[in-house]
Design a protein around this ligand. Structure first.
Ligand code: PHE
Length: 486
């Protein structure tokens, strides 16, 4: 009906100058007229131009008074001709009506407020405020002074009215031809496809966004790392235990029991179960020995090693705990191996832009005869260049379990500086020989976090935007990179 009205009107007339007035004349809702105009305009049957008008509308409060009367009149009517006590009057009215009503009625000189008694000063009042509000509600004109008053009392607010003026468009026709959207079997059988007009394809339409799953950047980079390790011939280590004993996490790695990392300020210890109940006893003896007095060409640390300390359960602080278990198992029947792992670790850290109390570590190790630092540097060069980081530098470092140890730096082209990307080294004989590995077997190893390269690759500068409870999942959905699988 709206479409016929508009196209029919334009057949005989130059223009619909105001869609609002037009809607009123035709007795059609303005919303419906607007929808049809938009559609006709889209198909170029008409040319529509926006018109905007400001008018006044009632606020919630204004709307209430238009219905129930202004507070001052409500108050006035609640006062009987003989007067009333203030308390009684207050009981009869809503607190806000009482308060506003008093102010306005006193200002209008309608009432007299005695110490305890309230009485009328006039016999009759008109509710001008209500009348004005109703006029505004009906779109009638109201003089500027009254508008100002109502505005000050926050009873009215400007409303933007939007409509259109409409003229014939380049494809105007008194009736819109229905265009076919599909070529059907029936069209072919009847042969009417010859006359049919088909709707044009809109190749620019974006289409519905698909509600598919998205991959979190950490999952994507983890996959990328996994693929690199697999291509380099590494096997994955089983990392499915977040809870570990201090023994495998520290002692087996020749980390002395007084080491600050073993303090509860750095490590989360378990309350329940607080200790482990199974360790390989003969190996424990050898570890105790090497800590206390050395052996295997070492002087040891020279302190009294305590079994209770080694028994304490904790949330593993590095995946090297898994490596120590794996190397011990491998020592029982040695063969050269390349192992890797990528999983979660926990540290009692103050959380900030670059630190969380839990994060992920990537670790690689090679166990074979006759390995040297040169092999380690070569493997790291190979590994990191597969990630697009081929400019590497190494800096001497210290780990209780490796000697020599090296921090790994990579030149970041975007940041134009050297950034630390990992830690590495050759496991000490004090760690490997008590396990039972042959004398001539060396282990080269390195570790890095999964979060750091992910942040660099995805341009994220606050780790809390990447991992943890503050992550905005919408960001992952909106990031086109997360939609591309690896
Ligand atoms: N475990 C070390 C860390 O947590 C990384 C590392 C692994 C260093 C293997 C040397 C060898 O930082």
């Amino acid at each position: 009906m709206a479409e016929e009205a508009i196209l029919g009107y334009l057949e005989k007339n130059e223009e619909i100058s105001d869609s609002g007035k037009f809607a009123e004349e035709k007795g059609i809702s303005h919303d419906e007229i607007v929808n049809v105009i938009k559609s006709l305009n889209g198909f170029r049957l008409v040319d529509a131009e926006d018109i905007k008008r400001e008018r006044w509308g009632l606020t919630k409060e204004g709307d209430k008074y238009a219905g129930a009367g202004s507070p001052e009149v409500q108050l006035f009517l609640a006062i009987p001709p003989e007067g009333i006590t203030r308390e009684e009057l207050q009981k009869k009215l809503d607190p806000s009506i009482f308060k506003i009503g008093c102010q306005q009625a006193i200002k209008n000189k309608w009432i007299e407020m005695g110490k305890s008694q309230v009485s009328r000063k006039v016999q009759h009042v008109d509710d001008r405020v209500r009348d004005l509000l109703m006029q505004i509600q009906n779109g009638e004109a109201v003089n500027a002074e009254d508008v100002d008053d109502l505005k000050r009392r926050k009873l009215i607010t400007p409303l933007i009215w939007k409509g259109y003026s409409v003229k014939k468009g380049p494809k105007y026709a008194p009736k819109r031809k229905k265009v076919a959207t599909d070529l059907t079997r029936e069209n072919l059988l009847r042969g009417d496809w010859r006359e049919l007009e088909f709707k044009e394809y809109n190749f620019l339409a974006k289409g519905q966004p698909t509600e598919g799953g998205c991959l979190h950047p950490l999952l994507k980079v983890r996959r990328q790392m996994q693929m690199i390790f697999l291509q380099m011939g590494f096997e994955e280590m089983p990392t499915n235990n977040f809870v570990e004993s201090s023994f495998w996490n520290f002692d087996a790695l020749f980390q002395p029991q007084q080491h600050p990392a073993r303090d509860s300020h750095d490590t989360f210890f378990l309350k329940e179960p607080s200790t482990t109940n199974k360790l390989p006893e003969d190996y424990v003896e050898r570890v105790k020995g090497v800590h206390e007095s050395g052996g295997y060409g070492s002087r040891g640390y020279g302190y009294v090693w305590k079994r209770e300390e080694a028994n304490k359960n904790l949330l593993r602080t590095h995946t090297t705990a898994v490596s120590s278990r794996m190397l011990y198992a491998l020592a029982q029947d040695f063969a050269p191996k390349k192992y890797y792992s990528i999983d979660r670790v926990f540290r009692n850290e103050a959380v900030d832009r670059t630190h969380l109390a839990e994060f992920h570590q990537i670790e690689g190790l090679i166990c074979d005869r006759g390995l040297t630092l040169g092999h380690l540097i070569g493997v790291l060069q190979d590994f990191f260049s597969r990630l697009g980081m081929s400019k590497l530098k190494f800096k001497p470092a210290y780990n209780p379990y490796t000697e020599p140890s090296m921090e790994i730096f990579s030149y970041h082209e975007g940041l134009e500086k050297w950034v630390e990307i990992g830690n590495s080294g050759m496991f000490r004989p004090e760690m490997l020989l008590p396990m039972g590995l042959p004398q001539d077997v060396q282990v080269i190893a390195w570790g890095l976090s999964l979060e750091r390269p992910t942040m660099i690759l995805y341009g994220i500068d606050n780790i809390r935007d990447l991992f943890g409870h503050k992550v905005d999942l919408g960001l992952i959905k909106r990031n086109p990179l997360c939609r591309i699988g690896l």
